[in-house]
Design a protein around this ligand. Structure first.
Ligand code: P53
Length: 480
């Protein structure tokens, strides 16, 4: 018998920028993803300021949820979803992020989406900002590097909280905000909308820790404001943060390795987690800033709002673990996280180490530190799928991956963790964030489109669709 509580929120997750397409429909403005070219796991995605001739921008078309939302939500309902995690494209509501009045046509679209969810009793879980910063904000003041972004975000959050206060109860502030702590600079563009002079592609961004960490501070403040404003608009709202979990393991029992792993937990998880859950920076922050030669502008008002805007629950994405060592001779991992290869684990085709026990481990650590409800809002496996002549897709690798991760969650619940929901990433195939590919597929539902938007966009149920339907029906008891 599994340990999932009766009201456990089973479902799936998407994000507007990777799923909706229709980038220039209904008054939508350009977001940073609309000028983010396609790539592969050997070819980094290009970041351009404007449309560049000869480049292909996959997020503009994505899976065309904009024109398929009824069909897609019906498929989710057929699987038995209790919750659907999605995001609102900021640029549908405020095309440049800086208008004083929202775009009614954009607001209407999400009314229709939420009504469709409600029709089936599906609870929407809405990310306010999932890599979707209006391009105009980046071009004009380098996104969250500038405090003006805080006001733009407050206006956006206030508008959607007010409009949807009776349709949406669960909200998340910023997707994977902690990517902005990574010293390789990967979080600059997608998380903060920061594009420093000279940045040409996603993998080799020009990084300035001063700009990045100030940008992250501004975003943490904006998120806290949103929590406070949201609770004022509807005290019933449950508002969470969202952290990308990449738990670090020491490669050996060499104390140097152990400490390296602890340092990584601090910067990658606790730095943002503590601010969002406890309302203040952790004890190691001063040293952390010093080590990077950074001095942050933190006002008294900022400190106050961080205290007042702490989250109701902790949400996370989980794909892989990371192994750290001070020994240079150990074989490096292929994953974008860095670190070394874990000899005990297998990886997917993109070099991401598959580690269900890592999920049980991190849930225990997080619950021990924060003691608030937790939701796993992203987890899954990107894989090459094959659509057969008869419209079936056989994906036993996906079922195997999910089975083990669901077991790990059940174990964590048995350990005593207050886990309230699970939304599998990319429940209907969508564009990959890291590579822009369509062929890196996560879904229970196959979308007939290739990396260049060629295809019918018809939807097909994979074998995992029927499997997940059974899992939800039995509340996690039948994982066979
Ligand atoms: P893709 C980096 C590290 C961990 C998760 O990723 C990440 C990223 C950004 O690439 O992204 C999250 O599509 C993100 C989703 C994304 C998903 O993981 O590169 O929240 O938008 O699609 C999977 O395979």
């Amino acid at each position: 018998m599994s340990k999932f509580p009766k009201d456990f929120l089973w479902g799936g997750a998407t994000a507007a920028n990777q799923f909706e397409g229709a980038y220039d429909v209904g008054g939508k403005g350009l977001s940073i993803d609309d000028v983010f070219s396609n790539g592969s796991h050997t070819q980094p995605r290009r970041i351009t300021k404007d449309t560049e001739e000869g480049l292909y921008y996959p997020n503009r078309i994505a899976s065309d949820f904009y024109h398929h939302y009824k069909e897609d939500i019906a498929l989710m309902a057929e699987m038995g979803f209790k919750v659907y995690r999605m995001s609102i494209a900021w640029t549908r509501i405020y095309p440049t992020g800086m208008e004083s009045e929202p775009n009614e046509e954009g607001l209407k679209f999400y009314d229709a989406v939420f009504d469709e969810c409600r029709k089936y009793g599906i609870e929407p879980l809405v990310t306010l900002s999932h890599y979707e910063i209006p391009l105009a904000m980046t071009n004009e003041f380098n996104g969250f590097a500038d405090r003006r972004a805080i006001d733009c975000f407050k206006r956006f959050a206030t508008t959607v909280f007010t409009r949807y206060k009776d349709k949406v109860k669960y909200w998340l502030t910023f997707n994977e905000i902690n990517l902005a702590t990574w010293d390789n600079g990967i979080g600059n563009y997608l998380v903060l909308g920061v594009r420093n002079e000279g940045t040409k592609d996603y993998v080799h961004q020009v990084d300035d820790p001063q700009v990045r960490l100030q940008g992250l501070h501004n975003q943490l403040v904006a998120g806290a404001w949103a929590v406070k404003i949201g609770h004022e608009i509807n005290p019933e709202f449950k508002i969470g943060n969202m952290i990308a979990m990449n738990p670090a393991y020491p490669y050996s029992c060499n104390p140097e390795d152990v400490f390296k792993a602890e340092r990584n937990w601090q910067s990658d998880t606790y730095y943002c987690g503590d601010v969002q859950v406890r309302g203040e920076y952790p004890f190691f922050a001063e040293k952390y800033w010093q080590d990077r030669g950074v001095t942050l502008d933190i006002t008294e008002e900022d400190r106050q709002i961080l205290k007042e805007g702490t989250v109701d629950f902790f949400s996370l994405s989980y794909y892989q673990t990371l192994v750290l060592t001070s020994d240079d001779s150990v074989q490096k991992s292929e994953s974008m996280l860095g670190g070394v290869k874990n000899p005990y684990l297998k990886s997917n085709d993109w070099g991401w180490a598959i580690d269900p026990t890592g999920l049980r481990y991190l849930l225990n650590v997080l619950y021990g530190r924060y003691n608030i409800p937790i939701m796993v809002v992203e987890n899954g496996i990107g894989a090459y799928d094959k659509l057969e002549e008869d419209g079936t897709v056989h994906d036993p690798y996906r079922i195997a991956y999910l089975r083990e991760h669901i077991k790990a969650m059940s174990d964590a619940i048995e350990d005593g963790v207050d886990l309230i929901g699970y939304t599998m990433w990319g429940c209907i195939d969508l564009t990959s964030a890291g590579t822009g590919e369509m062929k890196k597929r996560y879904g229970f539902v196959y979308v007939d489109s290739d990396d260049y938007g060629n295809g019918s966009f018809d939807r097909f149920r994979k074998d995992s669709f029927y499997w997940y339907q059974k899992v939800i029906k039995t509340n996690g008891d039948d994982l066979s």
